[in-house]
Design a protein around this ligand. Structure first.
Ligand SMILES: *Cc1c(COP(=O)(O)O)cnc(C)c1O
Length: 391
């Protein structure tokens, strides 16, 4: 059993492209916020499918919805109408408030690509403003608005006309926002860039500036969406109305899916301006409809707000010596360490806790929102011990 596991890990490594640095761990099963390896060892999951598992692993409502849909129809391109897609689009737009339309795709990067294209179409302007430390995906357009130079440099030249300004800095944004800017694209909380939340009032002021200067506001909620920060979408904390909202990760209970919500300020989009073969597929729509229903009929979102606030409060008042700063909102939490995060992640894994990095010194927690309080506090206390040992 163990030999075959090691053999399979080696074979997987040999046949992989090489772009992933895999951990020395083979995951075979998940339930709620627990993951299991081939030997049956249980791990408390604070990776949460890298943000794709807000409802936890193998949520029964998602499984049931997928199974029902599999019996009817698996693929249905958007040249036909489809009832489950009709229901999902309607429910998603209603949940987002004042978002009359939506385009469906299959991933976060695709959602960002589409948002950039829609913004150019709607404004007939060429340029974009994005934020330093921002992350929006790995395809050429999404990469162009992403900040991290190690992701970008090998692939240059990228899209011209992208201006990166410091996040939470209105002065620099005001200087950069001229009449060539189609849109400003921001994450409400920067995820990959180190878990940096927008300061109160920042996004509202960015929105005001965009309106004043005829630009669109694109919010990338790929990581912050679907209850993660304690509201369905993070922008709803701020009472603002973005023009385009990019969604993916937890949208369909772990199935690949993305979406772009389209606001009133974006005019009608001409036929054939964009498209996707898999976008709006009925299985993904069925799963996504189930996700929305669970989020709307349970207290998971409120619980994420409450549990996240309690843990953040605890970590702020009892900040371990090895932690420089604690940031986050809801169940999106980052600990800025005084040293490298990689050895901390390895030590946590040996103690049954899986977590994420965000850059080289930030420990990031994205547990499924269904995580039990006991499991989450145990993960937090293990982190405190490991960090205290490490630094
Ligand atoms: C993960 C992520 C993306 C990219 O999503 P993919 O599905 O991996 O293409 C884009 N934006 C943000 C904020 C993300 O966290």
């Amino acid at each position: 059993m163990v030999t075959s596991m090691i053999d399979l890990m080696e074979r997987e490594q040999a046949r992989s492209s090489g772009v992933y640095l895999k951990r020395d761990l083979q995951i075979v099963r998940g339930e709620g916020a627990a993951l299991y390896d081939a030997a049956g060892c249980r791990y408390i999951d604070c990776v949460g499918g890298q943000g794709a598992a807000n409802l936890g692993h193998n949520h029964p409502a998602v499984i049931a919805a997928i199974q029902r849909q599999l019996n009817d129809l698996i693929s249905c391109p958007e040249l036909f109408h489809n009832p489950i897609r009709a229901r999902y689009q309607d429910e998603l737009c209603r949940a987002a408030t004042n978002m009359p339309r939506v385009f469906l795709c299959s991933s976060g990067a695709e959602a960002v690509e589409a948002a950039l294209k829609f913004a150019r179409l709607a404004t007939r302007r060429p340029n974009f403003i994005a934020a330093m430390r921002g992350f929006h995906g790995r395809t050429m357009g999404a990469l162009s608005v992403t900040w991290e130079k190690t992701y970008r440099e090998p692939f240059e030249p990228l899209l011209p006309g992208v201006r990166h300004v410091p996040y939470n800095n209105l002065e620099r944004l005001t200087e950069a926002l001229d009449d060539t800017i189609a849109a400003v694209i921001l994450e409400p909380i920067q995820g990959e860039g180190g878990v940096h939340p927008a300061q109160p009032g920042y996004l509202a002021e960015v929105q005001r500036l965009c309106h004043e200067r005829g630009a669109l506001l694109i919010l990338d909620e790929v990581q912050t969406g679907f209850g993660r920060t304690g509201s369905l979408f993070a922008y709803q904390h701020d009472g603002i109305q973005p023009d385009l909202v990019c969604l993916a990760k937890s949208i369909a209970g772990g199935l690949p899916m993305g979406a772009i919500l389209i606001g009133e300020r974006v005019g009608p989009l001409p036929p054939a301006a964009h498209g996707s073969t898999f976008g709006g597929g009925p299985v993904a729509c069925a799963a996504a409809l189930a996700v929305l229903e669970v989020l709307q009929t349970t207290d998971l979102i409120e619980r994420a707000a409450r549990l996240g606030a309690a843990v953040l409060d605890h970590l702020h008042t009892n900040r371990p010596a090895g932690v420089r700063e604690v940031r986050g909102r809801g169940l999106m939490i980052g600990l800025e360490l005084r040293g490298k995060v990689a050895p901390v992640l390895r030590a946590l894994q040996t103690r049954g806790v899986l977590a994420l990095p965000a850059g080289s010194t930030v420990l990031r927690l994205l547990p499924p929102l269904v995580i039990s309080e006991d499991d989450f506090w145990q993960a937090v206390h293990t982190i405190e011990e490991v960090v205290n040992d490490a630094f």
